[in-house]
Design a protein around this ligand. Structure first.
Ligand code: 1GP
Length: 245
């Protein structure tokens, strides 16, 4: 199964998609099995798995629990080069195009390249843009980069355009996990108007209404992590809100 085709195929383009972000540090096996069951029944499109910093060696187990309990594709959303696992279906190869830290633009990728090649994972080049979100997030700190100011829509548009021109196959606008301020609908809409590749949006989305608004503004995939860790029952309502657009 080709994950990029699932995201960007002609048919897929009409439908909004919902990705649940799993931080392996934050779920135990029992909680994860329940979450996977709810996600499966709620027609979640993808699991994104990863974190800015993982302190327990549970990435492999996390992927195994998901794979043993459902057919939802697992897409790695790696915070660093240690988060490569061949049992996932695909990996977002993130280039932090909002920042000016060469390590996050190309340096880590050089180190990871031979391991990625050997893994046989589907690699999806992704232009990753961090947007200011009201507090310093783990993603910001760990990436040693400056986010795009929340009200600078033109900078976001030009960054996304440049990312696409450089060959990125997805653009991911992220306010960062646990963001206080989500990315404005105006910024999402402006970026979407100027983009041909699919747009992923996440960071601080906590309600079905917000997920709906983010999709209506132009996101093709909405990502929710924290809110679901706190309340698994949200999955069904957010999934409905995203898929009914
Ligand atoms: C973070 O976009 C994701 O990288 C999800 O953020 O955990 O705040 O939902 P939340």
């Amino acid at each position: 199964m080709n994950i990029y085709d699932l995201i960007a195929g002609k048919k897929a383009r009409k439908y909004k998609k919902f990705a649940v972000l799993i931080d392996p540090d934050k779920v135990d096996q029992k909680k994860l099995t329940h979450l996977v069951d709810v996600a499966s029944k709620s027609c979640v499109d993808f699991f994104f798995v990863g974190g800015s910093l993982l302190t327990n060696d549970t990435l492999d187990l996390t992927i195994k629990v998901i794979k043993d309990n459902c057919i939802i594709p697992v897409v790695l959303f790696p915070g660093n080069t240690m988060q490569i696992n061949k049992n996932a279906d695909a990996l977002l190869l993130l280039s932090l195009i909002s920042g000016r830290n060469p390590e996050m633009l190309i340096g880590k990728h050089v180190i990871a390249a031979p391991y990625l090649k050997a893994s046989k994972l589907e690699i999806i080049p992704t232009g990753y843009m961090l947007i200011e979100s009201g507090k310093p997030t783990a993603a910001l700190y760990m990436s040693n980069s400056t986010p795009i100011p929340a009200d600078k829509n033109d900078i976001a548009v030009c960054t996304a355009m440049a990312g696409e021109m450089l060959g990125q196959k997805l653009i991911y606008m992220d306010a960062g996990s646990g963001a206080i301020i989500t990315i404005s609908e105006k910024m999402i809409a402006r970026v979407k108007e100027n983009l041909s590749v699919p747009l992923i949006v996440g960071g601080g989305i906590r309600t079905p209404a917000k997920a709906h608004d983010v999709c209506s503004a132009g996101a093709d995939i909405v990502v929710v992590g924290n809110a679901i860790e706190e309340n698994v029952r949200l999955i069904e309502n957010i999934s409905d809100a995203v898929h009914l657009i």
